[in-house]
Design a protein around this ligand. Structure first.
Ligand SMILES: [Zn+2]
Ligand SMILES: [Zn+2]
Length: 236
């Protein structure tokens, strides 16, 4: 069956996202936009994924846990996982590869850890807005080890994208799908990469953008597992 997904958005854990990106606000906005699935993809962390998944319980909305990992080459990669356990295992590796220094208070105070009732339960000490020391190749490989899928994010963007920083899509790496931003001129990219399918996502950092550039995916089962399987088989 075909489902509508927005697989790239940031909660209030990302230092650049608005505080209104709380678990319940994200879930309710996704439902208003008639999405079947969203992914929580904060910068270098999945610490709010559990709260969003919990907030979505009983609503029918599928929440895919993930991260937007910033590689050593400053390339943004959306990494999606089948379950929280796998996402947390990847997060542990990413955290170990982030700069070994505490976020200054003014950044830390913008990295909110929330529970499923939107209460602030902590602040992230790590500097989430920085590159980790993992290479693009390592991020792809480690994501796969944790049964996830790595997707080059917003390839049309002039910064922090695989095309802006590398200039090409490496053929030795496994990318069944590439992500376009909501601002992309899709026609420019159609057919340009015959080995990959294109998806779009909102990359929402504020509530009003959730669901602005959804993708239709053909899944066998409506679940994180089903979505990852469909993406890896190019069923978009
Ligand atoms: Zn990004
Ligand atoms: Zn993003």
């Amino acid at each position: 069956m075909r489902i509508l997904c927005d697989l790239h958005m940031h909660s209030a854990l990302s230092p650049c996202a608005l505080e209104e990106m709380s678990p319940n606000n994200m879930v309710n906005m996704a439902l208003l936009q008639e999405l079947t699935a969203i992914a929580v993809t904060d910068h270098n962390s999945c610490r709010n994924a559990a709260a969003v998944m919990e907030a979505a319980m009983g609503t029918g909305l599928v929440v895919v846990p993930g991260m937007e990992v910033q590689t050593r080459e400053e390339v943004h990669m959306v990494t999606l996982f089948q379950n929280l356990e796998d996402a947390l295992a990847m997060q542990e590796e990413v955290y170990a590869a982030l700069p070994d220094m505490k976020a200054p208070a003014k950044i830390r105070n913008k990295q909110l850890i929330l529970d499923c009732e939107d209460e602030i339960i902590g602040y992230e000490d790590k500097l989430l807005g920085f590159s980790c020391s993992m290479t693009l190749e390592q991020v792809v490989e480690r994501t796969a080890v944790h049964h996830g899928l790595a997707i080059p994010a917003h390839i049309d963007r002039k910064s922090c994208s695989i095309l802006s920083n590398l200039g090409f899509i490496p053929e030795n790496l496994y990318f069944p799908v590439l992500e376009l931003s909501m601002y992309a001129d899709r026609v420019r990219y159609e057919g340009k990469y015959p080995n990959q399918r294109l998806i779009s996502a909102s990359d929402a950092h504020e509530l009003g953008f959730v669901g602005m550039a959804p993708s239709e995916i053909r899944v066998e089962t409506v679940s994180a597992h089903g979505i990852l399987k469909a993406l890896s088989q190019g069923r978009v």
